[in-house]
Design a binder for this molecule. Structure first.
Ligand SMILES: [Zn+2]
Length: 170
């Protein structure tokens, strides 16, 4: 399992809901958690490992209740606004300012198939919104402030160039 880098097309696909939480889902989610830790990210969405389903993981930092895997998630309510720097494991080296809701109330299913509800603030709320976007094929560069997007454009072009280079001709 590897992290898919921009501009791979899987990152632009709308991910499908998971209809069954089987052993394969458990195994893949576990591998994603490992990969996220190795990469020092705080969140990772299934499309970022080439798996186009509605699942993401968030690192709640030490507090390892089983609820760091979120399946078929949605946001119920959002409040406030914050404008902070954000990064993404699919965009190595790129940061940019993104406006997000400061607090969210959200729901999802956990790995046991139980419906869970969470209220999150600040960084965790931001991570949740970022990962949910991934499931809809929306990337943080789409939401970046024009100034951040402009500043990141040379690095984005470089990632696009590298992607072309690594592609196998058919
Ligand atoms: Zn991301």
């Amino acid at each position: 399992m590897n992290i898919v880098i921009y501009p791979d097309t899987v990152l632009r696909k709308k991910a499908k809901p998971l209809t069954e939480i089987n052993l394969e889902v458990h195994k893949k989610a576990e591998k994603m958690i490992e990969l996220m830790r190795q990469s020092q990210g705080i969140g990772l969405a299934a499309p970022q490992v080439g798996w186009s389903v509605r699942l993401f993981i968030i690192d709640f930092g030490g507090n390892s209740s089983g609820d760091k895997v979120f399946i078929n998630p949605s946001i119920i309510e959002e409040a406030g606004e914050t404008n902070k720097e954000e990064g993404c494991l699919s965009f190595p080296g790129i940061m940019g300012k993104v406006i997000r809701a400061r607090r969210i109330k959200a729901c999802a299913y956990n790995l046991k198939g139980q419906k869970i509800e969470v209220v999150l603030d600040d960084l965790l709320a931001r991570a949740w919104q970022h990962e949910l976007d991934h499931l809809n094929g929306c990337l943080f560069i789409d939401r970046m402030s024009p100034a951040s997007r402009f500043a990141a454009s040379p690095q984005l072009k470089e990632l696009e160039r590298l992607h072309k280079k690594t592609r196998v001709p058919v």
